[in-house]
Design a protein around this ligand. Structure first.
Ligand code: FAD
Length: 472
Protein backbone atom coordinates (compact mmCIF):
# COMPACT_ATOMS: atom_id res chain seq x y z
CA UNK A 1 0.00 0.00 0.00
CA UNK A 2 3.05 2.18 0.37
CA UNK A 3 3.68 4.82 -2.29
CA UNK A 4 7.18 6.14 -2.98
CA UNK A 5 7.49 9.88 -2.57
CA UNK A 6 10.70 10.79 -4.31
CA UNK A 7 12.66 9.47 -7.26
CA UNK A 8 15.05 6.57 -6.48
CA UNK A 9 18.76 7.42 -6.15
CA UNK A 10 20.38 7.73 -9.56
CA UNK A 11 23.79 6.22 -10.25
CA UNK A 12 25.51 9.60 -10.55
CA UNK A 13 28.52 9.02 -8.30
CA UNK A 14 30.70 11.66 -6.72
CA UNK A 15 34.16 12.16 -5.29
CA UNK A 16 35.84 9.16 -3.65
CA UNK A 17 35.13 10.27 -0.08
CA UNK A 18 31.42 10.24 -0.87
CA UNK A 19 31.50 7.48 -3.46
CA UNK A 20 28.62 5.51 -2.03
CA UNK A 21 26.29 8.53 -2.00
CA UNK A 22 24.29 9.19 -5.13
CA UNK A 23 22.41 12.21 -6.31
CA UNK A 24 18.69 12.17 -5.77
CA UNK A 25 15.84 14.57 -6.27
CA UNK A 26 13.82 14.98 -3.07
CA UNK A 27 10.53 16.61 -2.22
CA UNK A 28 7.92 16.58 0.51
CA UNK A 29 4.27 15.64 0.21
CA UNK A 30 3.31 18.95 -1.43
CA UNK A 31 5.94 18.32 -4.17
CA UNK A 32 7.06 21.90 -3.61
CA UNK A 33 9.89 22.79 -3.31
CA UNK A 34 12.19 20.13 -4.79
CA UNK A 35 15.91 19.80 -4.17
CA UNK A 36 18.84 17.63 -5.24
CA UNK A 37 21.02 16.03 -2.60
CA UNK A 38 23.60 13.27 -2.29
CA UNK A 39 21.73 10.46 -0.57
CA UNK A 40 22.21 7.03 0.94
CA UNK A 41 19.70 4.45 2.04
CA UNK A 42 21.41 2.41 4.78
CA UNK A 43 20.25 -1.15 5.33
CA UNK A 44 20.53 -1.11 9.10
CA UNK A 45 21.51 0.98 12.12
CA UNK A 46 25.19 -0.02 11.90
CA UNK A 47 25.40 1.22 8.33
CA UNK A 48 23.54 4.40 9.23
CA UNK A 49 26.01 5.09 12.04
CA UNK A 50 28.97 4.50 9.70
CA UNK A 51 27.54 7.06 7.29
CA UNK A 52 26.95 9.51 10.10
CA UNK A 53 30.49 8.98 11.35
CA UNK A 54 31.85 9.78 7.89
CA UNK A 55 29.79 12.99 7.87
CA UNK A 56 31.37 13.93 11.21
CA UNK A 57 34.89 13.17 9.92
CA UNK A 58 34.40 15.22 6.76
CA UNK A 59 32.71 18.08 8.62
CA UNK A 60 29.83 17.89 6.17
CA UNK A 61 26.18 18.35 7.00
CA UNK A 62 23.24 16.01 6.74
CA UNK A 63 19.50 15.53 7.35
CA UNK A 64 17.43 12.41 7.97
CA UNK A 65 14.86 11.79 5.22
CA UNK A 66 12.03 9.53 6.39
CA UNK A 67 8.79 8.98 4.44
CA UNK A 68 8.65 12.56 3.16
CA UNK A 69 5.10 13.13 4.44
CA UNK A 70 5.91 16.60 5.71
CA UNK A 71 4.43 18.91 3.11
CA UNK A 72 7.04 21.60 2.57
CA UNK A 73 10.77 21.91 3.15
CA UNK A 74 11.24 20.78 6.76
CA UNK A 75 12.40 17.35 5.61
CA UNK A 76 14.64 18.60 2.79
CA UNK A 77 18.42 18.91 3.29
CA UNK A 78 19.88 22.41 3.06
CA UNK A 79 22.01 23.35 0.05
CA UNK A 80 25.12 21.14 0.11
CA UNK A 81 23.83 18.89 2.92
CA UNK A 82 23.51 15.13 2.48
CA UNK A 83 20.41 12.99 3.02
CA UNK A 84 20.25 9.72 4.94
CA UNK A 85 17.08 7.74 4.25
CA UNK A 86 15.55 5.90 7.19
CA UNK A 87 13.13 3.65 5.30
CA UNK A 88 15.08 0.46 6.03
CA UNK A 89 15.72 1.27 9.69
CA UNK A 90 12.44 -0.43 10.47
CA UNK A 91 13.08 -3.14 13.05
CA UNK A 92 11.17 -3.64 16.28
CA UNK A 93 13.82 -3.98 19.00
CA UNK A 94 11.74 -4.86 22.04
CA UNK A 95 8.10 -5.09 23.12
CA UNK A 96 6.46 -5.62 26.49
CA UNK A 97 3.04 -7.24 25.93
CA UNK A 98 2.01 -6.43 29.51
CA UNK A 99 2.54 -2.67 29.28
CA UNK A 100 2.50 -1.89 25.54
CA UNK A 101 5.95 -0.23 25.59
CA UNK A 102 7.75 -0.81 22.29
CA UNK A 103 11.35 0.11 21.45
CA UNK A 104 11.83 0.41 17.72
CA UNK A 105 14.15 1.83 15.10
CA UNK A 106 13.52 5.34 13.81
CA UNK A 107 12.13 4.31 10.43
CA UNK A 108 9.35 2.03 11.69
CA UNK A 109 6.11 3.39 10.26
CA UNK A 110 2.69 3.74 11.86
CA UNK A 111 1.53 1.25 9.20
CA UNK A 112 4.13 -1.31 10.35
CA UNK A 113 3.22 -0.75 14.00
CA UNK A 114 -0.44 -1.39 13.26
CA UNK A 115 0.26 -4.49 11.15
CA UNK A 116 2.49 -5.92 13.88
CA UNK A 117 0.61 -4.99 17.03
CA UNK A 118 -3.09 -4.72 16.20
CA UNK A 119 -3.36 -8.54 16.07
CA UNK A 120 -1.94 -8.46 19.64
CA UNK A 121 -4.49 -5.88 20.79
CA UNK A 122 -2.37 -2.72 20.60
CA UNK A 123 -2.59 0.46 18.49
CA UNK A 124 -0.35 3.57 18.18
CA UNK A 125 -1.46 6.21 20.71
CA UNK A 126 -1.57 9.14 18.24
CA UNK A 127 -1.84 8.85 14.47
CA UNK A 128 -1.93 11.51 11.75
CA UNK A 129 -4.16 11.46 8.64
CA UNK A 130 -1.86 8.93 6.92
CA UNK A 131 -0.28 5.76 8.28
CA UNK A 132 2.81 6.20 6.09
CA UNK A 133 4.85 8.26 8.52
CA UNK A 134 7.74 6.99 10.63
CA UNK A 135 7.95 7.17 14.41
CA UNK A 136 10.98 9.50 14.24
CA UNK A 137 9.24 11.75 11.69
CA UNK A 138 6.21 11.82 13.99
CA UNK A 139 8.33 12.89 16.96
CA UNK A 140 10.29 15.50 14.98
CA UNK A 141 7.01 17.31 14.21
CA UNK A 142 5.35 16.33 17.52
CA UNK A 143 2.35 15.27 15.50
CA UNK A 144 -1.25 15.44 16.71
CA UNK A 145 -4.19 13.23 15.85
CA UNK A 146 -7.96 13.44 16.07
CA UNK A 147 -7.53 12.67 19.80
CA UNK A 148 -5.42 15.66 20.84
CA UNK A 149 -8.12 16.87 23.25
CA UNK A 150 -7.99 13.44 24.92
CA UNK A 151 -4.44 12.10 24.61
CA UNK A 152 -2.16 15.01 23.76
CA UNK A 153 0.55 14.73 21.12
CA UNK A 154 2.89 11.95 19.96
CA UNK A 155 5.61 13.12 22.40
CA UNK A 156 3.27 12.48 25.33
CA UNK A 157 3.70 8.76 24.64
CA UNK A 158 7.46 8.63 24.05
CA UNK A 159 9.76 8.16 27.03
CA UNK A 160 13.25 7.85 25.54
CA UNK A 161 15.12 8.65 22.34
CA UNK A 162 18.51 7.40 21.18
CA UNK A 163 20.27 10.06 19.10
CA UNK A 164 23.46 10.20 17.07
CA UNK A 165 24.75 13.67 17.87
CA UNK A 166 27.14 15.99 16.06
CA UNK A 167 30.00 14.99 18.40
CA UNK A 168 29.85 11.50 16.89
CA UNK A 169 28.36 10.04 20.07
CA UNK A 170 25.17 8.11 20.66
CA UNK A 171 23.21 9.78 23.45
CA UNK A 172 20.07 8.52 25.16
CA UNK A 173 17.77 11.29 26.30
CA UNK A 174 14.65 11.01 28.44
CA UNK A 175 13.11 12.66 31.50
CA UNK A 176 16.24 11.94 33.60
CA UNK A 177 19.13 12.09 31.11
CA UNK A 178 19.56 15.24 29.03
CA UNK A 179 15.87 16.22 29.30
CA UNK A 180 16.61 19.52 27.51
CA UNK A 181 17.83 17.54 24.48
CA UNK A 182 14.76 15.30 24.62
CA UNK A 183 12.41 18.30 24.56
CA UNK A 184 14.40 20.09 21.83
CA UNK A 185 14.17 16.91 19.72
CA UNK A 186 10.37 16.88 20.15
CA UNK A 187 9.24 18.96 17.15
CA UNK A 188 12.96 19.58 16.56
CA UNK A 189 12.62 19.02 12.77
CA UNK A 190 15.61 16.65 12.71
CA UNK A 191 17.98 19.46 13.66
CA UNK A 192 19.19 18.19 17.06
CA UNK A 193 20.66 14.87 15.87
CA UNK A 194 19.84 11.68 14.00
CA UNK A 195 17.32 9.52 15.86
CA UNK A 196 18.36 5.87 15.88
CA UNK A 197 15.53 4.46 18.01
CA UNK A 198 12.83 5.47 20.45
CA UNK A 199 10.47 4.02 23.05
CA UNK A 200 6.74 4.48 22.52
CA UNK A 201 3.75 3.31 24.57
CA UNK A 202 1.02 1.69 22.50
CA UNK A 203 -2.60 1.70 23.70
CA UNK A 204 -4.74 -1.35 24.32
CA UNK A 205 -7.65 -1.83 21.87
CA UNK A 206 -10.21 -4.59 21.38
CA UNK A 207 -9.90 -4.88 17.62
CA UNK A 208 -9.85 -2.89 14.36
CA UNK A 209 -13.31 -1.39 14.86
CA UNK A 210 -14.20 2.25 15.42
CA UNK A 211 -17.65 3.23 16.48
CA UNK A 212 -18.25 6.52 14.74
CA UNK A 213 -20.87 9.20 14.15
CA UNK A 214 -20.92 11.83 11.47
CA UNK A 215 -23.06 14.94 11.74
CA UNK A 216 -23.89 17.51 9.11
CA UNK A 217 -23.06 20.95 10.52
CA UNK A 218 -24.78 24.06 9.15
CA UNK A 219 -22.21 26.73 9.95
CA UNK A 220 -19.38 27.66 12.29
CA UNK A 221 -21.60 28.17 15.36
CA UNK A 222 -23.08 24.75 14.81
CA UNK A 223 -19.55 23.27 14.52
CA UNK A 224 -18.62 24.70 17.94
CA UNK A 225 -21.90 23.43 19.46
CA UNK A 226 -21.29 19.88 18.21
CA UNK A 227 -17.63 20.04 19.23
CA UNK A 228 -18.61 21.14 22.77
CA UNK A 229 -20.97 18.21 23.18
CA UNK A 230 -18.46 15.66 21.82
CA UNK A 231 -16.13 15.56 24.85
CA UNK A 232 -16.92 11.92 25.59
CA UNK A 233 -15.55 10.91 22.16
CA UNK A 234 -11.81 10.27 22.13
CA UNK A 235 -11.49 11.29 18.47
CA UNK A 236 -13.08 14.27 16.73
CA UNK A 237 -12.50 16.21 13.50
CA UNK A 238 -14.64 18.04 10.97
CA UNK A 239 -14.35 18.43 7.22
CA UNK A 240 -15.20 22.00 6.32
CA UNK A 241 -16.47 23.45 3.06
CA UNK A 242 -13.93 26.25 2.64
CA UNK A 243 -15.76 27.67 -0.37
CA UNK A 244 -19.05 28.30 1.51
CA UNK A 245 -19.76 31.95 2.33
CA UNK A 246 -22.15 34.15 4.31
CA UNK A 247 -24.63 32.25 6.48
CA UNK A 248 -23.08 28.94 5.31
CA UNK A 249 -19.58 29.89 6.45
CA UNK A 250 -18.03 26.95 8.30
CA UNK A 251 -20.54 24.32 7.20
CA UNK A 252 -19.22 20.77 6.99
CA UNK A 253 -19.34 17.19 8.25
CA UNK A 254 -18.31 16.57 11.87
CA UNK A 255 -16.87 13.11 12.63
CA UNK A 256 -16.41 11.66 16.08
CA UNK A 257 -15.55 8.18 17.25
CA UNK A 258 -13.67 5.85 19.53
CA UNK A 259 -11.98 2.45 19.39
CA UNK A 260 -14.58 -0.24 19.97
CA UNK A 261 -15.03 -3.98 19.91
CA UNK A 262 -17.83 -3.67 17.35
CA UNK A 263 -17.30 -5.65 14.18
CA UNK A 264 -17.02 -3.19 11.29
CA UNK A 265 -19.59 -3.57 8.50
CA UNK A 266 -18.04 -5.67 5.69
CA UNK A 267 -17.87 -2.80 3.23
CA UNK A 268 -15.60 -0.95 5.61
CA UNK A 269 -13.20 -3.82 6.34
CA UNK A 270 -9.58 -2.81 5.95
CA UNK A 271 -8.63 -5.87 3.88
CA UNK A 272 -11.12 -5.06 1.18
CA UNK A 273 -10.02 -1.47 1.13
CA UNK A 274 -6.39 -2.58 0.84
CA UNK A 275 -7.30 -4.81 -2.07
CA UNK A 276 -8.90 -2.01 -4.06
CA UNK A 277 -6.44 0.70 -3.14
CA UNK A 278 -3.76 -0.19 -5.74
CA UNK A 279 -6.48 0.27 -8.36
CA UNK A 280 -7.16 3.73 -7.08
CA UNK A 281 -3.95 5.55 -7.72
CA UNK A 282 -2.97 8.75 -9.46
CA UNK A 283 -0.29 7.63 -11.92
CA UNK A 284 1.06 10.99 -13.06
CA UNK A 285 0.77 14.69 -12.35
CA UNK A 286 -2.64 15.93 -13.47
CA UNK A 287 -2.96 19.09 -15.53
CA UNK A 288 -3.46 22.02 -13.15
CA UNK A 289 -6.50 23.12 -15.11
CA UNK A 290 -8.50 20.19 -13.73
CA UNK A 291 -8.34 21.73 -10.32
CA UNK A 292 -9.72 25.24 -10.31
CA UNK A 293 -12.15 27.24 -8.16
CA UNK A 294 -15.12 25.91 -10.19
CA UNK A 295 -14.28 22.19 -9.87
CA UNK A 296 -13.42 22.64 -6.21
CA UNK A 297 -16.72 24.41 -5.54
CA UNK A 298 -18.62 21.65 -7.38
CA UNK A 299 -16.88 18.94 -5.35
CA UNK A 300 -17.52 20.66 -2.02
CA UNK A 301 -21.19 21.25 -2.78
CA UNK A 302 -21.66 17.61 -3.80
CA UNK A 303 -19.75 16.22 -0.82
CA UNK A 304 -21.73 18.33 1.64
CA UNK A 305 -25.01 17.64 -0.11
CA UNK A 306 -24.62 13.87 -0.18
CA UNK A 307 -24.47 13.51 3.62
CA UNK A 308 -27.97 12.96 5.07
CA UNK A 309 -29.34 15.67 7.35
CA UNK A 310 -28.58 15.10 11.01
CA UNK A 311 -26.53 12.27 12.41
CA UNK A 312 -25.25 8.95 11.01
CA UNK A 313 -23.89 6.19 13.30
CA UNK A 314 -21.84 3.26 12.03
CA UNK A 315 -19.07 0.83 12.88
CA UNK A 316 -16.10 1.17 10.61
CA UNK A 317 -12.61 -0.22 10.38
CA UNK A 318 -9.80 2.04 11.64
CA UNK A 319 -8.49 2.65 8.08
CA UNK A 320 -11.35 4.68 6.57
CA UNK A 321 -11.74 6.49 9.90
CA UNK A 322 -8.11 7.49 10.43
CA UNK A 323 -6.57 7.24 6.96
CA UNK A 324 -9.21 7.76 4.24
CA UNK A 325 -6.71 9.39 1.89
CA UNK A 326 -4.37 6.40 1.95
CA UNK A 327 -6.82 4.55 -0.31
CA UNK A 328 -5.86 6.75 -3.24
CA UNK A 329 -2.17 6.22 -3.83
CA UNK A 330 -0.19 9.27 -4.85
CA UNK A 331 -3.19 11.61 -4.45
CA UNK A 332 -0.74 14.47 -4.03
CA UNK A 333 -0.20 14.34 -7.82
CA UNK A 334 -3.71 15.64 -8.51
CA UNK A 335 -2.38 19.15 -7.94
CA UNK A 336 -0.17 18.95 -11.00
CA UNK A 337 3.49 19.67 -11.55
CA UNK A 338 3.56 22.88 -9.56
CA UNK A 339 2.54 20.96 -6.45
CA UNK A 340 0.47 22.30 -3.58
CA UNK A 341 0.81 23.87 -0.17
CA UNK A 342 -1.06 23.35 3.03
CA UNK A 343 -1.84 26.15 5.44
CA UNK A 344 -2.45 24.80 8.94
CA UNK A 345 -2.76 27.17 11.85
CA UNK A 346 -4.05 27.18 15.41
CA UNK A 347 -5.60 30.19 17.14
CA UNK A 348 -6.85 30.51 20.73
CA UNK A 349 -10.60 30.03 21.13
CA UNK A 350 -12.50 33.24 21.80
CA UNK A 351 -16.14 34.08 22.41
CA UNK A 352 -17.16 34.54 18.80
CA UNK A 353 -14.05 32.99 17.22
CA UNK A 354 -13.58 36.06 15.07
CA UNK A 355 -10.11 35.01 13.83
CA UNK A 356 -11.46 31.72 12.41
CA UNK A 357 -14.34 33.62 10.77
CA UNK A 358 -11.91 36.15 9.28
CA UNK A 359 -9.65 33.39 7.94
CA UNK A 360 -12.54 31.46 6.37
CA UNK A 361 -13.99 34.65 4.90
CA UNK A 362 -10.62 35.60 3.43
CA UNK A 363 -10.20 32.12 1.85
CA UNK A 364 -13.75 31.77 0.53
CA UNK A 365 -13.49 35.25 -1.03
CA UNK A 366 -10.49 34.11 -3.12
CA UNK A 367 -12.06 30.73 -4.01
CA UNK A 368 -8.55 29.28 -3.95
CA UNK A 369 -8.96 26.59 -1.27
CA UNK A 370 -9.43 22.94 -2.14
CA UNK A 371 -11.66 20.09 -1.00
CA UNK A 372 -9.18 19.11 1.69
CA UNK A 373 -9.99 21.33 4.62
CA UNK A 374 -10.39 20.26 8.23
CA UNK A 375 -11.13 22.00 11.50
CA UNK A 376 -10.68 20.69 15.03
CA UNK A 377 -10.51 21.94 18.60
CA UNK A 378 -7.23 21.07 20.35
CA UNK A 379 -7.10 20.19 24.04
CA UNK A 380 -5.02 21.92 26.69
CA UNK A 381 -1.71 20.07 26.36
CA UNK A 382 1.23 21.87 24.76
CA UNK A 383 4.99 21.41 24.80
CA UNK A 384 6.54 24.76 23.90
CA UNK A 385 9.70 24.93 21.78
CA UNK A 386 8.77 24.38 18.14
CA UNK A 387 5.80 22.14 18.95
CA UNK A 388 2.67 23.26 17.11
CA UNK A 389 -0.41 22.08 19.07
CA UNK A 390 -1.71 24.56 21.64
CA UNK A 391 -5.15 25.18 23.16
CA UNK A 392 -7.53 26.53 20.55
CA UNK A 393 -8.91 25.81 17.13
CA UNK A 394 -6.84 24.39 14.29
CA UNK A 395 -7.74 24.72 10.63
CA UNK A 396 -5.84 22.97 7.82
CA UNK A 397 -6.41 23.64 4.12
CA UNK A 398 -4.69 22.46 0.97
CA UNK A 399 -4.17 24.92 -1.88
CA UNK A 400 -2.96 24.25 -5.41
CA UNK A 401 0.25 26.20 -5.93
CA UNK A 402 -1.19 29.38 -7.49
CA UNK A 403 2.16 31.18 -7.04
CA UNK A 404 2.37 34.83 -6.00
CA UNK A 405 -1.40 35.19 -5.54
CA UNK A 406 -1.38 32.32 -3.04
CA UNK A 407 1.65 33.70 -1.19
CA UNK A 408 -0.18 37.02 -0.82
CA UNK A 409 -3.21 35.19 0.63
CA UNK A 410 -0.97 33.30 3.09
CA UNK A 411 0.59 36.58 4.14
CA UNK A 412 -2.85 38.00 4.94
CA UNK A 413 -3.76 34.83 6.85
CA UNK A 414 -0.49 35.04 8.85
CA UNK A 415 -1.45 38.54 9.98
CA UNK A 416 -4.83 37.35 11.29
CA UNK A 417 -3.12 34.44 13.07
CA UNK A 418 -0.45 36.68 14.63
CA UNK A 419 -3.06 39.24 15.73
CA UNK A 420 -4.49 36.68 18.16
CA UNK A 421 -1.27 34.91 19.16
CA UNK A 422 -1.69 31.82 16.98
CA UNK A 423 0.83 29.92 14.87
CA UNK A 424 1.35 28.00 11.64
CA UNK A 425 2.34 24.28 11.65
CA UNK A 426 5.96 23.94 10.49
CA UNK A 427 5.47 20.32 9.39
CA UNK A 428 3.14 21.59 6.67
CA UNK A 429 4.96 24.79 5.80
CA UNK A 430 7.10 25.80 2.81
CA UNK A 431 7.03 29.61 2.91
CA UNK A 432 6.57 31.20 6.34
CA UNK A 433 8.65 34.42 6.51
CA UNK A 434 11.27 34.41 9.26
CA UNK A 435 9.77 37.41 11.07
CA UNK A 436 6.35 35.74 11.21
CA UNK A 437 7.90 32.52 12.49
CA UNK A 438 9.68 34.34 15.32
CA UNK A 439 6.49 36.03 16.42
CA UNK A 440 4.46 32.80 16.25
CA UNK A 441 7.07 30.70 18.10
CA UNK A 442 8.38 33.00 20.86
CA UNK A 443 10.35 30.12 22.42
CA UNK A 444 12.43 29.61 19.26
CA UNK A 445 15.57 31.29 20.73
CA UNK A 446 15.49 29.04 23.81
CA UNK A 447 15.10 26.01 21.54
CA UNK A 448 18.02 27.19 19.38
CA UNK A 449 20.26 27.61 22.40
CA UNK A 450 19.86 23.91 23.23
CA UNK A 451 20.29 22.93 19.59
CA UNK A 452 23.47 25.00 19.27
CA UNK A 453 24.92 23.36 22.39
CA UNK A 454 24.44 19.92 20.87
CA UNK A 455 25.33 20.87 17.31
CA UNK A 456 27.73 23.83 17.50
CA UNK A 457 29.10 23.45 13.96
CA UNK A 458 25.78 22.85 12.18
CA UNK A 459 25.97 19.18 11.22
CA UNK A 460 22.18 18.85 10.89
CA UNK A 461 20.80 21.31 8.36
CA UNK A 462 17.52 21.57 6.46
CA UNK A 463 16.00 23.93 3.91
CA UNK A 464 13.49 25.08 6.49
CA UNK A 465 16.20 25.48 9.13
CA UNK A 466 18.09 27.91 6.90
CA UNK A 467 14.94 29.74 5.81
CA UNK A 468 13.78 30.34 9.39
CA UNK A 469 17.24 31.04 10.84
CA UNK A 470 17.27 27.93 13.02
CA UNK A 471 20.67 26.61 12.05
CA UNK A 472 22.79 29.62 11.17
C1 FAD B 1 -2.09 12.95 4.20
C2 FAD B 1 -1.35 13.53 5.38
C3 FAD B 1 -2.03 13.73 6.55
C4 FAD B 1 -1.36 14.25 7.66
N1 FAD B 1 -2.05 14.45 8.81
C5 FAD B 1 -1.42 14.95 9.90
C6 FAD B 1 -2.10 15.10 11.13
O1 FAD B 1 -3.29 14.78 11.26
N2 FAD B 1 -1.41 15.60 12.19
C7 FAD B 1 -0.10 15.93 12.10
O2 FAD B 1 0.48 16.39 13.10
N3 FAD B 1 0.59 15.81 10.94
C8 FAD B 1 -0.05 15.31 9.86
N4 FAD B 1 0.65 15.14 8.68
C9 FAD B 1 2.06 15.50 8.63
C10 FAD B 1 2.97 14.32 9.00
O3 FAD B 1 2.42 13.57 10.05
C11 FAD B 1 4.31 14.85 9.51
O4 FAD B 1 4.86 15.72 8.59
C12 FAD B 1 5.31 13.73 9.82
O5 FAD B 1 6.39 14.31 10.49
C13 FAD B 1 5.81 13.02 8.56
O6 FAD B 1 6.62 11.93 8.94
P1 FAD B 1 7.69 11.26 7.96
O7 FAD B 1 8.08 9.97 8.59
O8 FAD B 1 7.16 11.23 6.58
O9 FAD B 1 8.89 12.26 8.12
P2 FAD B 1 9.53 13.28 7.07
O10 FAD B 1 8.46 14.16 6.57
O11 FAD B 1 10.39 12.58 6.11
O12 FAD B 1 10.46 14.09 8.09
C14 FAD B 1 9.89 14.91 9.07
C15 FAD B 1 11.00 15.54 9.92
O13 FAD B 1 11.56 14.54 10.75
C16 FAD B 1 12.96 14.47 10.59
N5 FAD B 1 13.37 13.08 10.78
C17 FAD B 1 12.79 11.98 10.26
N6 FAD B 1 13.45 10.88 10.68
C18 FAD B 1 14.45 11.30 11.47
C19 FAD B 1 15.49 10.65 12.19
N7 FAD B 1 15.64 9.32 12.18
N8 FAD B 1 16.33 11.40 12.92
C20 FAD B 1 16.21 12.76 12.95
N9 FAD B 1 15.27 13.42 12.27
C21 FAD B 1 14.40 12.70 11.55
C22 FAD B 1 13.20 14.97 9.17
O14 FAD B 1 14.52 15.45 8.99
C23 FAD B 1 12.15 16.08 9.08
O15 FAD B 1 12.62 17.26 9.67
C24 FAD B 1 0.01 14.60 7.56
C25 FAD B 1 0.71 14.39 6.37
C26 FAD B 1 0.02 13.84 5.27
C27 FAD B 1 0.78 13.62 3.99
Amino acid sequence: MEAPTSSPPTSTSTSSSLSSWSEQRLWGWGRYPQVKALSVNPENLDQAQQRLQSVVEQSSSVLAFAHGRSYGDSGLPAEGALAIHTRRLNKIIDFNPETGWVRCEAGVSIYELIQTFLPRGYFPPVVPGTQFVTVAGALCNDIHGKNHHHDGTFADHVRAVELFTSGGEVVTCDAGQHPELFWATVAGLGLTGFILSLELKLVKVNGPGISMESIKVRDLDHFFEVSAESGEFTHTVSWIDCVAKGSKLGRGIFMRGRHSDDRPAPRFLGKMASAISPLMSVPFSMPNALLNPLTIKAFNTLYYGKHPQGELSQSVSYEPFFFPLDFVRGWNKIYGRRGFLQYQMVVPKTENNQAIRDILTEISATGMGSFLAVIKEFGERQHGGLSFPSPGVTLALDFPNYGAELMALFDRLDRIVMRVGGRVYLGKDARLPRAHFKEMYPEWAKWKEVRDQWDPRGMFRSRMGERLGLTL
